[in-house]
Design a protein around this ligand. Structure first.
Ligand SMILES: C[S@@+](CC[C@H](N)C(=O)[O-])C[C@H]1O[C@@H](n2cnc3c(N)ncnc32)[C@H](O)[C@@H]1O
Length: 273
């Protein structure tokens, strides 16, 4: 029997699952239909979005050195909904998953929709020029609402890609207390360089940047470029050397920077110092 129910979050969100009518338990085919207004991704269609979730999942397994995450706890900062959907709809193993986001409506949708105690969600009302202009400055937050929990993997997909330079170090410092001793911190970022893979933002847009710099000389520095200043932080591009400098004194040490792939930009992998 397939059942649909409406979540307390209201308007559109519906959650569905296949129920074993004899035992009354979930037997699979869980569906998390995330309302379109709660999406904040560039993906042109659902297939691309799911493919990026699968790529993110493979990357997490890879950096954690496992074939699956059954033994791993994951903190997904700036979580959106794609990893939740992927894990639960496909019954992918994970020991623990915590998602944090500035988007209150998203957290208010996810928290009551997911009836799996391994999964939990927290809202942080932090200012971001692109996503949350009502929030408080990141530098005003002393700690994350995680009750000191530590994680094997901390990931941020498409978060530093929209992060202002003044938030870069403070965010890394906020995350540091939540690293287990063997933790891997994984985040994607736009780097101001061409890549061997050819999948980076600058591989596509680089040829146009010269015109752009001439057009907007004040908004471009050698180290950081808000590529579309009229849509602040939609594309935050860092010079590799600057991005590495910003790691100094945060308690993290870079392990590697991976080349962009079709689904993920440059990937920074760090370990606790
Ligand atoms: C481009 S979306 C990516 C979502 C998800 N990680 C993914 O890959 O689909 C960026 C997310 O980061 C969140 N975000 C932006 N700045 C944040 C901050 N300072 N703290 C927490 N979340 C933030 C946004 O609300 C948004 O959900």
């Amino acid at each position: 029997m397939f059942v649909l129910w409406r979540t307390p979050a209201g308007s559109m969100p519906w959650v569905g699952a296949v129920i074993d009518s004899d035992k009354g338990v979930l037997v699979g085919d869980f569906v998390l239909d995330v309302p379109r207004n709660l999406h904040r991704s560039w993906h042109v269609n659902k297939e691309d979005w799911i493919r990026s979730a699968k790529a993110a999942h493979s990357l997490l397994c890879d950096v954690a050195g496992c074939t699956d995450l059954s033994e791993k706890s994951v903190l997904d900062y700036g979580c959106g909904s794609k990893l939740t959907k992927l894990f639960l709809e496909n019954d992918l193993p994970i020991r623990r998953y915590v998602g944090i986001d500035t988007m209150k409506e998203l957290i208010d949708f996810l928290q009551p929709s997911i009836h799996d105690e391994r999964f939990s969600y927290h809202h942080v009302n932090l200012y971001n020029e692109l996503y949350n202009r009502e929030g408080i400055p990141l530098t005003d937050l002393d700690s994350l609402p995680l009750a000191g929990e530590q994680f094997d993997v901390i990931c941020l997909f498409s978060v530093f890609t929209h992060l202002a330079p003044h938030d870069y170090k403070p965010l890394l410092k906020l995350l540091r207390p939540h690293a287990s001793p063997d933790c891997r911190l994984v985040y994607s970022a736009f780097l101001d360089e061409l890549s061997a893979s050819g999948h980076g933002f600058m591989d596509k847009w680089g040829p146009l940047i010269v015109d752009k710099i001439e057009a907007t000389p004040d908004s471009v520095s050698p180290d950081f470029c808000d590529f579309f200043p009229e849509r602040s932080l939609e594309v935050a591009i860092y010079a590799r050397s600057y991005a590495l400098d910003l790691l100094e004194g945060t308690g993290w040490r870079i392990e590697e920077i991976r080349d962009p792939s079709p689904d993920i930009q440059h990937v920074f992998v760090c370990v606790p110092e």
